[in-house]
Ligand binder design. Structure first.
Ligand SMILES: C[C@@](CO)(OP(=O)(O)O)[C@H](O)COP(=O)(O)OP(=O)(O)OC[C@H]1O[C@@H](n2ccc(N)nc2=O)[C@H](O)[C@@H]1O
Ligand SMILES: Nc1ncnc2c1ncn2[C@@H]1O[C@H](COP(=O)(O)OP(=O)(O)O)[C@@H](O)[C@H]1O
Length: 285
């Protein structure tokens, strides 16, 4: 028997860093949405108690450093099922891009192993196991559009998902380390997007108002270090995106368009500038 799970990327429509906690982590307030750009995971049972990870990506670790490995191990320890897991990852989401690929792979692994061994774990059970592995995984377990607070572990679905629109993703050829960004920012000098207005615009289905309230506290740091991120944002607006913002700790910039033709125009105009350009839809149930 094999189980197949999709692992969709996430975008941060809004990300506010509220303060730094004594343990070094940052209290966040974010609006996140799943998008139609996904990794694909296949899970098979193995007779012996082992974990094998295979992937089409040459860059990723296949040992304990991979989030998939850690998720399988957490499930094994908690549920003590007989046998091991063979996970095959088809990587489509750019790595270290601010799109939560590793977190979504881990979430898909929790779902997949739960099904593969008929463990009947519910969302709360899986969320508890997920938090120590990565603070973005709780959102990836739920998906759609949500207000995400705490370190990332408190996920409250919005009354309505993000209004249907087209999302242009542009990832420059640099990788950004999330721990490094969090260790370098000076919390007192960060900008603070209006997450409450962003949330209300989405819940009212007001696309235009939503585009006016996108924002990311981490953007100033990443754009200062990598000015290409600001160039991409400027070009997106110049070529017709309704709004543009960096996702997560970067470096991917997302541009929103209400019309497909305009999204394709923005994407085509940026293809000469960056290799990795995608046009996707948001993922609403
Ligand atoms: C910034 C965000 C926004 O969605 O996304 P990405 O840019 O990674 O996609 C997330 O908060 C990233 O979540 P995730 O990638 O799971 O990070 P984790 O592995 O949990 O944490 C990596 C490191 O970031 C710092 N960290 C993370 C979350 C948080 N609330 N405060 C922090 O200070 C910690 O130093 C931690 O060791
Ligand atoms: N399954 C995985 N997919 C992607 N990256 C992974 C995975 N497992 C571990 N990693 C490591 O996690 C780091 C961040 O990856 P990723 O989740 O793509 O970043 P981001 O959250 O910024 O989009 C990378 O350096 C990568 O080596």
């Amino acid at each position: 028997m094999e189980i197949i799970e999709k692992a969709p990327a996430k975008i941060n429509l809004g990300l506010d860093v509220l303060y730094k906690r004594d343990d070094g982590y940052h209290e966040l307030e974010m609006v996140m949405a799943s998008i139609d750009l996904s990794d694909r995971l296949t899970f098979k049972r193995l007779p012996k108690n082992e974990i094998i990870i295979e992937t089409n990506s040459g860059f990723l670790p296949t040992d304990r450093k991979n989030n998939i490995f850690q998720a399988i191990e957490a499930m094994q320890k908690t549920y003590q099922f007989d046998g091991g897991v063979h996970a095959i990852l088809q990587k489509n989401i750019p790595v270290a891009a601010g799109l939560g690929g590793g977190s979504s792979d881990a979430a898909a692994t929790f779902r997949g192993v739960n099904r593969l061994f008929d463990l009947n774990a519910n969302l709360d059970d899986l969320t508890r196991l997920a938090i120590p592995i990565g603070t973005d995984i709780p959102f990836c377990l739920q998906g759609e559009t949500a207000l995400v607070t705490g370190l990332g572990e408190i996920v409250t679905p919005l009354k309505n998902p993000i209004p249907q629109c087209w999302v242009v993703l542009v990832k420059p050829k640099i990788s950004v380390s999330t721990p490094r960004v969090f260790s370098k920012i000076e919390v007192d000098s960060l900008s603070h997007p209006d997450i409450s207005s962003l949330k209300s615009s989405i819940e009212m289905g007001d696309y235009q108002s939503m585009t006016q309230h996108l924002g990311n506290s981490l953007e100033d740091y990443t754009t200062r270090k990598f000015p290409v991120v600001q160039h991409i944002k400027d070009k997106m607006i110049q070529f017709g995106a309704d709004a543009a913002v960096m996702s997560g700790s970067g470096p991917t910039v997302i541009g929103l368009c209400d019309k497909k033709t305009r999204a394709l125009h923005v994407a085509n105009s940026l293809k000469g500038f960056c290799q990795e350009v995608y046009v996707v839809r948001t993922l609403n149930k």
